[in-house]
Design a binder for this molecule. Sequence first.
Ligand code: 9MR
Length: 585
Amino acid sequence: MKCTLLFAAITGSLFSIANAQTGTENIRLNQLGFYPSAPKIAIITGRDASRFYVLDVLSSDTAFSGETSAPVKSANSSISTQAADFSVLHKPGNYKIFVPGIGYSYNFKIKNNVLRDAAVSSLKGFYYQRVSMPLEAAYAGKWARPAGHPDTEVLIHPSAATAKKPAGTKISSPGGWYDAGDYNKYIVNSGITMGTLLSAYEDFPAYFDTLHTNIHGSNDQLPDILNEIIYNLRWMLTMQDADDGGVYNKCTNAAFDGMVMPGVTTLPRYVVQKGTAATLDFAAVTAQAARILKKFSTQLPGLADSCLKASQYAWQWALQYPSLAYNQDSINQLYEPKISTGGYGDRRFTDEWFWAACELYISTGAEQYYTVAKKKQAPTLSLPTWSNVYLLGCYSLSRHSAVLTSHTNDIAIIRRQLTTFADGYLQHIAPSAFKTAMGGSSRDFNWGSNSNAANQGIALVNAWLITQNSKYLHAALTNLDYILGRNATGYCFVTGLGSKSTMHPHHRPSIADGIDEPVPGLLAGGPNPGMQDKCSYAFTEPETAYSDTDCSYASNEIAINWNAPLVYLANAMEALQHSLSANAE
Ligand code: 9MR
């Protein structure tokens, strides 16, 4: 057997000299690798193949060989694929796949903790987004940079003026994370981001308590993920108007900064109109943070209490303004300067009401909040986005179901809704061309599509948390495989990871710092057939419309609300890797 396979390997290597590039790129797989007990699939594109071989990188011995599946035409592009399934190969090692007639894949690993780099670097991505502080070489390596945007003298924009704080009043709003490739700070988008990161910690506290990412503050008495979260939380707290509890939508330039490093920009910064979405997202985040940080009251005296008070104050404001949208176009007709940075202009607030009510109920036990949550309950579930945070409330209720004994039946129904919702994604995998939950609908591919993959993964992890059925973990992993390379573009979408990853994100520091490699640990937006940026795209179908160019803000920007679900998913997998081998139903 070894002889035949050796022959196959030799002919393969001859073949691969001629076809190195296309051959490698035609074998799509998670470019980091696989846990020993996880399902393992590579996807072959471009040409028909009948057999495949998994070779040990050093010895070229064949560790496994098998037949490829029948071709499947993708529902989201004109691509045809065949699957190479080597799940039965459990032995740790360094491997590559050889497909006669096509060539070799990138090298990959089978080992425990194989996704640790994805888990750690996606979390550390937030450190690189920190506003108002220098990134020191000890933590940031070659991406060290001076502080940008002190934000200690932020002007009240006329849209946010009150009798006590007329337009032009200066407030201090330092810190937080840059939202994305731009240098502004938006409360609505911070809301879902913080809720997702706080939930990651709440779901896997023991795992995160020992996870080190080498960031500023790494050696204190707090888990790194909380250090990172608190950096943005303290900024969020500055965005609440102490006079009435309402929360400004954003801290922003009037227009986007140029493609320069953060430290060189000096344009004025403004806080703009308060709004219901911002205020309720703030209420949800601060309520959730309050109960988590209570356990760290020695290290953080008073912070948990301040958060809860801020949350309740925000809630009171929202009761007075239950549906005040942030409508940038209308504001721009009334006030100067006109504001042209990101809008995050949500107009539907049922989900924000539900989420804030759930978090406040869980943190206080007060029935008044549950009453609102019940009133705002939705009949069906949908995937989280910055404008739809409903599911975050469901996750939190489910997580705390054991102690929420006054509403056991209601919460049992929500838990069933969650597993049914996850079952929908499970069903997408088998018929799909890339064997992923992602892509079950072409609507999965929109602005920030990679966050859909990650958020679907979180829904599947939640179904595992409820049922402990490993089929949900296997399914969640398919979407991490997608993000890390098993997709129609062949890219690993996380900067700094894998063999062929995003190199030119629409991210000002990565563009302006003069360093070839982009800032690491950042998730590109991903395929978006909307192509609103009108940049150059080599492919334009739903799952291929991705352009690794810094021009492409519609497919290749990075954003905190996209990185956060990746942090959740990759770290959940690291935390749960030993549960993968349990029987799937
Ligand atoms: O993620 C946002 C996407 O859903 C919207 O369609 C798009 C256009 O309004 O804006 C995206 O958010 C951007 C924000 O407005 C400004 N910072 C960068 C964000 C990511 O592109």
